[in-house]
Design a protein around this ligand. Structure first.
Ligand SMILES: Cc1cc2nc3c(=O)[nH]c(=O)nc-3n(C[C@H](O)[C@H](O)[C@H](O)COP(=O)(O)OP(=O)(O)OC[C@H]3O[C@@H](n4cnc5c(N)ncnc54)[C@H](O)[C@@H]3O)c2cc1C
Ligand code: FES
Length: 277
């Protein structure tokens, strides 16, 4: 499966200079940016990412990875992608200054994607912080596949209420949304994994999709193993090239300590059971 995915990446990857369609602030540190892309992006899948290039004299040359939040397919904008991002450092700060019509370097779509079994009942999506970004794309794919979203539950954790995003979107799709914050400013106080554990026992999901910081993914992986629930995780390992060339994103295999995966090319979505995280 992994090698098939890798081959597809090489065939369908585009390196382009693309136009910004919009760049909207949606919270104190969060933005949504729409970017025009090659029509081949209509085949992109949830969990895949793009690398945005910021190479000029004022910013580092390395590209930065961002999950595809939504596909854009409108008459007025043509084909594109939307990214949901948080300002954390140099490049994301720079990204927030881009305006409609500006040009940015885009490489993608890259990486593996969430797999949706042909028959699936109850689904849990577990997201920490900006890990919610690919879940919006995933929900739309599930809907297109005819999955009953009223049986799907979203578990979203953030540091504070400003870090809880997209809740209304999932709610409108008929999904139940359960939130936690570290500081108790919204939802239940505590970590998102605290509420996932109880929900697994009560609802026995057929699949868990998770994206967020490594400690959260580790906790989710452990509990899915205790309850024997299949789990796919999207990992946010730092990346330099984004396409398997630099070895900068190595993640250890659980079964074979001499084996490493490339988070960018073999992932970022993995079956949780194969990773040592
Ligand atoms: C596959 C993948 C998908 C991603 N999707 C999104 C997304 O949809 N939206 C979004 O906002 N961000 C996403 N990220 C994280 C995003 O790539 C980083 O926030 C970005 O590269 C930071 O660049 P910067 O120059 O602004 O920050 P830097 O100046 O490079 O770093 C600022 C701080 O953030 C830390 N940091 C940087 N990258 C990461 C990382 N990957 N994990 C943990 N800490 C990091 C650094 O250690 C440093 O402390 C994703 C990362 C990966 C690997
Ligand atoms: S980021 Fe270069 S190999 Fe993955």
């Amino acid at each position: 499966m992994l090698s098939l995915t890798l081959q597809k990446i090489k065939q369908d990857m585009f390196q382009e200079k693309n136009q910004i369609l919009w760049n909207k602030k949606i919270g104190p540190s969060y933005y949504r940016i729409g970017i025009k892309c090659h029509r081949g992006y209509s085949d992109a899948q949830p969990g895949q990412f793009i690398m945005l290039g910021f190479g000029d004299q004022t910013a580092p040359l390395l590209r930065r990875p961002f999950s595809i939040h939504r596909l854009v397919t409108t008459d007025s904008h043509g084909q594109g992608v939307e990214i949901l991002y948080k300002i954390v450092g140099t490049c994301t700060k720079k990204l927030s200054f881009y305006k409609k019509g500006d040009i940015i370097g885009v490489l993608g779509p890259l990486g593996s994607h969430f797999l949706i079994p042909d028959t699936i009942g109850r689904i849990f999506m577990v997201a920490g912080g900006v890990g919610i970004a690919p879940m919006v794309f995933l929900a739309s794919s599930l809907q297109k596949k005819g999955v009953d979203l009223s049986k799907c539950m979203v578990f979203n954790g953030g540091r504070s209420k400003d870090d809880l995003l997209c809740g209304d979107h999932f709610f409108t799709l008929g999904m139940s949304v359960n939130t936690t914050t570290d500081d108790g400013s919204a939802g239940k106080k505590g970590f998102v994994t605290d509420i996932v554990s109880a929900a697994i026992k009560e609802h026995r999901p057929d699949m868990i999709y998770a994206c967020g910081p490594t400690p959260m993914l580790k906790a989710v992986t452990q509990m899915t193993e205790i309850y024997a629930v299949p789990c796919q995780v999207s990992i946010e390992t730092m990346m330099a090239c984004g396409m398997g060339a630099c070895l900068g994103c190595a993640v250890e295999s659980r079964k074979d300590s001499d084996r490493y995966f490339h988070a960018c090319a073999d992932g970022p979505v993995f079956n949780a059971s194969i990773l040592k995280i």
